[in-house]
Structures are given as C-alpha cells and as structure tokens.
Design a protein around this ligand. Structure first.
Ligand code: SF4
Ligand code: SF4
Length: 213
C-alpha cells in the first residue's frame, strides 16, 4: 500500500498566518513609496515585479490565500539558473509565487513577503533580535533603503513583534537570519560601510546594545 506522507506537525498553521497578517498591517511610510521607484520602472513598483522580488509564501499561507483569492499562482522556474536557485529551498515549506500584478493588488491578501519588504530582522552578536535592517540585495534597486528616516515607527514596532514571534516559532528562520546578520557585520568590517539598524521604540537609545550590534 502506498504511504501517505505525514503532515509536518511543526508547520505553521493558517490561523498563525492570519495572526501574523494582523501584525503586519502598518504602512511602511507616510506616503506611497511606489512614487520613488515606479516612475523610472514603467509605472510599476520595483518590488511588485517577479523579476526583481519573487515572494516566497509559507505552504499554509499559499493554501489559505488560494481559498480566498485568485491573486496568487505558484511560479514555475523556467531557466536552468532559476531551477538551480529553486533547488536550494525546501519546497515542502515554501512556495514561490507571483501575483496578478500591481493593478490587481488586494491589500488584505498581500503575502508576508510583500508586507515586510524591504526590511528583515537583525540579530546581534548574542543572537538576540534587536531591530530591522534593509535587505542588502535590494540596496541598489529600492530607493527606500536610503531613506531610513522615512520608515514609520509604528511599522518598525509591529514588524519587530512579528519577527520576534516568527523567529521563536520557526527554528530554520532563526538560523537564516542569524547567518544573514553575521554577513551584515562581516560586510561592514570588510568595507567600512555601516548599515542602519531600525530599532523598535523600547530599544531606541539603549547604550548597552552598542557593544553587541
Ligand atoms: S519598497 Fe522600495 S521597491 Fe517597493 S515600492 Fe517602495 S521604494 Fe519601490
Ligand atoms: S500582491 Fe500587491 S504588494 Fe504583493 S507583489 Fe503583488 S502587487 Fe505587489
């Protein structure tokens, strides 16, 4: 008899995804930051083009969204390079997707990737989450990454809460961002170029953090 694959008991549930969405409602800026990049990109925000940023949806996130909208479809890698890149990810846990395009965007059905862009969590030398940083790979593509002063504090505070919960919940994400945070520090040491850390309200101005970040 054929074995039925067991579902992963540690996988995120749809309820959890719904809860995370409730923490990721804040607007990133007081203005539409698409006005910074879209005019020079054929009228399309850079982060809403699959060529630039392909959203990775958690399995349960994709299942949940598929029940309530036709906004998303799984992305099939076409080129040999894309297939090679895809092979590096665990496709039992995530599905790379593309949406129907910015003209059809549904705010309540945006993915976690859409909502968190262009920031990711930053863990200090102790492995403690202390703030958010701009994703290094988008520094040249996303003009907002040069405007840290424009990021709303409410956005930072709520996203910090989200990342705190996710990193505690999903061990592999904790590992991914521990490694990426180390890479930020290595790059800073090598180039001498610092990177901004966006602190949540409760960690702003804390001098004791300086020796860890
Ligand atoms: S986050 Fe960056 S890439 Fe996306 S719309 Fe705003 S400025 Fe453009
Ligand atoms: S769902 Fe909306 S925010 Fe997300 S990539 Fe598509 S157009 Fe952009």
């Amino acid at each position: 008899m054929k074995k039925i694959p067991k579902s992963d008991p540690k996988a995120l549930t749809e309820d959890e995804i719904e809860y995370y969405y409730s923490l990721l409602q804040e607007e990133v800026t007081e203005y539409n930051c698409g006005s910074l990049c879209a005019p020079s990109n054929g009228g399309i925000p850079v982060c809403c083009q699959a060529d630039n940023a392909l959203p990775a949806l958690y399995k349960s996130e994709y299942e949940m969204l598929s029940k309530r909208t036709d906004l998303w479809k799984a992305y099939i890698p076409m080129t040999r390079e894309e297939k090679k890149d895809f092979a590096e990810y665990d496709h039992r846990k995530i599905t790379f997707c593309e949406c129907k395009g910015v003209a059809h965007c549904e705010r309540e059905n945006r993915s976690i990737s859409c909502r968190t862009f262009p920031l990711e969590p930053y863990l200090d030398t102790r492995g403690v989450l202390v703030g958010l940083v701009f994703m290094h790979e988008f520094i040249k593509k996303c003009p907002l990454t040069a405007l840290s002063q424009d990021i709303r504090q409410e956005f930072i505070d709520n996203h910090f809460l989200f990342w705190e919960k996710l990193l505690f919940r999903v061990e592999s994400e904790y590992e991914v961002y521990t490694d990426s945070s180390k890479a930020y520090r290595r790059r800073r040491k090598r180039t001498g170029v610092d990177f901004p850390i966006l602190y949540p309200s409760h960690l702003k101005g804390k001098e004791y953090l300086e020796k860890y970040v």
